[in-house]
Design a protein around this ligand. Structure first.
Ligand SMILES: C[S@@+](CC[C@H](N)C(=O)[O-])C[C@H]1O[C@@H](n2cnc3c(N)ncnc32)[C@H](O)[C@@H]1O
Length: 371
């Protein structure tokens, strides 16, 4: 007979004080022999205990163990696809660099736009969406006031963002100010690009706008009074109808010598004389409140990005009519215009620059300059 106090009694005590050796209870049981175990501590989760008693593993081993086979397959396929794509990019890059070295391309590649005008939007749409350039364009163009000139307007990618017609509004500080455009003049060297821009204007503003003009010519020759109002005669009757609705009236004119705002987006990369162009824009911008609003692309903050741009510049210019490795900062500096604001995006390759004509120098400065 077992002595009093021997065996394992149900206990509220924690396991450490209970006997470590399980014992078999005497007597038959339908489930087989019953093992007497030390009581579990009240708050012990057996599953958790089982886990804790597993042989210790490193973190990475345990994580790897947890990825299901399907996940591993997806991961493997993804790695394979990405490395194949990177390989493809690298091979294309090497090929383009080699092609770039052997190409002879003139500095003036503006004729490329005549051929690409109809496909231009489709070619740049995806890239611009990816870089969210639409909001940069909008932000810039919404600052245009008064009589506005857009040079290098291309196919009119800024068109949807213009506020046509002057109105009273409030500025960032809540002060009342005149907003919107009294007139807009669009200029581009390529007649084909201007034609696409004119069609876009009609789609964006079906109600029409009197004081708009389109001109195919060199931006370095534009002065407010010289821009012909209206376009060359349309070829068909249908086009004649369109012209009446959207082209604006040939009667309006700008008698003053300045534009209030000049806009240019992605133009300095494409013109053979970017400094000369900016200097000219400075001369036709209203000297006190007038602004030149630029959104440009060019060299980056980073050397490795610039090497890629440099290595591919010739092939890119040959295909797209744009020198993407120009130093926008230097061009602006050389123009002698006063910098109001500069912001850079996309590793420094996209430049938002606000300029104004340099204020006329004081007598002392003039004398110093003369010496
Ligand atoms: C890259 S496209 C940019 C078009 C448009 N501004 C945009 O943001 O998409 C450059 C444009 O500048 C025009 N361009 C280049 N030099 C010019 C000049 N001296 N006068 C007027 N347009 C010029 C080209 O014909 C071309 O349409």
């Amino acid at each position: 007979m077992a002595s009093k106090g021997s065996g394992v009694k149900p206990s509220l005590q924690h396991g450490r004080q209970a006997s470590p050796t399980p014992r078999t209870r005497s007597g038959p049981s339908p489930m087989g022999p019953v093992i007497d175990r030390p009581p579990l501590p009240r708050r012990t989760n057996p599953l958790l205990r089982a886990k804790l008693e597993l042989p210790t593993t490193t973190t990475s081993q345990s994580t790897a163990g947890r990825i299901p086979p399907r996940g591993l397959t997806i991961l493997g396929v993804s790695v394979l696809c990405i490395s194949t794509y990177c390989g493809y990019l690298y091979t294309s890059y090497r090929r383009e660099v080699a092609a770039s070295r052997n190409l002879q391309v003139p500095e003036d590649v503006t004729d490329r736009f005549n051929a690409s005008a109809r496909n231009y939007d489709a070619e740049v749409d995806l890239g611009e969406k990816f870089m969210r350039l639409g909001r940069r364009r909008r932000e810039l163009v919404r600052m245009a006031r008064g009589d506005v000139l857009e040079v290098s307007c291309g196919t009119g990618r800024n068109m949807p963002f213009y506020l046509l017609g002057e109105r009273w509004g409030v500025d960032d500080q809540g002060k009342a100010e005149r907003q919107g455009c009294r007139s807009v003049t669009f200029v581009d060297l390529s007649p084909q690009m201007v034609e696409v821009a004119r069609e876009k204007f009609r789609k964006c503003f079906p109600e029409g706008f009197e004081r708009v003009a389109f001109w195919a010519g060199d931006a370095r020759e534009v002065v407010p009074s010289s821009v012909p109002r209206g376009l060359p005669p349309p070829k068909t009757e249908e086009k004649e109808k369109e012209k009446d609705e959207s082209q604006g009236s040939a009667e309006w004119s700008l008698s003053k010598p300045y534009f209030d705002t000049v806009v240019q987006t992605m133009g300095l990369c494409s013109t053979p004389d970017p400094v000369g162009l900016l200097r000219h824009l400075g001369k036709i911008t209203e000297p006190t409140k007038g602004r030149i609003l630029l959104l440009e692309h060019g060299r980056s903050y980073y050397g490795w990005v610039n090497s890629i741009l440099d290595n591919l510049a010739v092939a890119h210019a040959n295909r797209h009519g744009c020198w993407w490795n120009r130093d926008i900062g230097r061009i602006v500096e050389a123009s002698g215009l006063e910098v109001v604001e500069v912001k850079r995006y996309h590793l420094g390759t996209t430049w938002k620059v606000i300029l104004r004509p340099k204020p006329p120098s004081t007598d002392t400065e003039k004398r110093a300059e003369e010496k």
